[in-house]
Design a protein around this ligand. Structure first.
Ligand code: CP
Ligand code: NVA
Length: 306
């Protein structure tokens, strides 16, 4: 089987490939916004496998495939044989003979890696316990749209060192920016799990107010990620001082943006004043999931077209 290109974690792509993807994103987005048809994936099919819930990821991939002239098929664990113990390897063999790309949202990263090893077609990580690479693709594209290059900039991550945080840390090494991370004690970054091999691009702070100093972007996420609901009560207590509020935003640069991958909990990880305030770009960020993933699908299915 010839090697297939996958997007399983952010660092699977080089800086050069990501710059290409962002150039394609700009082109595809502009064309779409001016109602020009672009159907490079006519007759092609994306299979989407969800083992966890989703609004944005499902919608952006499904709408994106449709807009590129193709189709998307939704499978979930409950209604497919995946939920009845069919080996991931067998599922990958079968599913990848019937489609042109697969997007998976699941639990352990190991599951998606086993799937990819047995897949004839590109596999995209639509979120695992460890990573959420499609989210950070959209986030960095959104930052660039608003502020230009992210190289040398400072991103403050406030809250849980979860899948989204790990992906920011990987992106920092690829794009050469800095991440200031502040988590409650006991929730610090685990570099091996994050897939980073040195701390050249991130620094940890016990006080979130120190982490946001001089930040160009402040970002956070839910205190309890999907799959960790059993820890929810303890986390609500442990994270109470890690809410991004107006006071925290004032500690960052006046030009700082606020991002959140959504869904958000106002009054927990972010105050309503911040997420609904003038520095927040969360709706652009959500929309850009669509445009960046269309470029990703085009690249993985067809290779370079420009
Ligand atoms: N941000 C994100 O991935 O949202 P969904 O869980 O709704 O897909
Ligand atoms: N960290 C969150 C992101 C949701 C899009 C989770 O994994 O539930």
């Amino acid at each position: 089987m010839k090697p297939v290109k996958h997007f399983l974690q952010f660092k699977d792509f080089s800086r050069e490939e990501l710059d290409y993807l962002f150039a394609r994103t700009r082109w595809i987005k502009e064309r779409f916004k001016s109602f020009q048809k672009y159907w490079p994936l006519e007759d092609r099919t994306l299979v989407m496998i969800f083992e966890k819930q989703s609004t944005r990821t499902r919608l952006s991939f499904e709408a994106g495939m449709h807009q590129l002239g193709g189709a998307a098929i939704y499978l979930n664990t409950r209604d497919s044989q995946l939920g009845r113990g069919e080996p991931v390897e067998d599922a990958a063999q079968v599913i990848s003979r019937m489609c042109d790309a697969v997007m998976i949202r699941t639990f352990e990263q190991e599951i998606i890696e086993r799937f990819a090893r047995n897949s004839r077609v590109p596999v995209i990580n639509g979120l695992t316990n460890e990573y959420h690479p499609c989210q950070i693709l959209a986030d960095i594209y959104t930052f660039i749209e608003h502020r230009g290059s992210i190289q040398g900039k400072t991103v403050a991550w406030i809250g849980d060192s979860n899948n989204v945080c790990n992906t920011w840390l990987q992106a920092a090494t690829v794009f050469d920016f800095n991440v200031h991370v502040s988590t409650p004690p006991g929730y610090e970054v685990e570099p091996e799990r994050a897939g980073i091999y040195n701390s050249n691009h991130y620094e940890e702070f016990t006080d979130p107010m120190d982490a946001v100093k001089n930040a160009d972007l402040v970002t956070t996420d839910v205190w309890t990620s999907m799959g960790f609901e059993g820890e929810s009560d303890a986390r609500k207590r442990d994270f109470v001082d890690w809410e991004v509020d107006a006071n925290m935003m004032q500690g960052a640069k006046p030009s700082a943006l606020f991002m959140h991958c959504l869904p958000a909990h106002r009054g927990e990880e972010v105050s309503a004043a911040v997420i609904d305030g003038p520095q927040s770009v969360v709706w652009d960020e959500a929309e850009n999931r669509l445009h960046t993933q269309k470029a990703l699908l085009e690249y993985l299915v067809l290779g370079r077209v420009a």
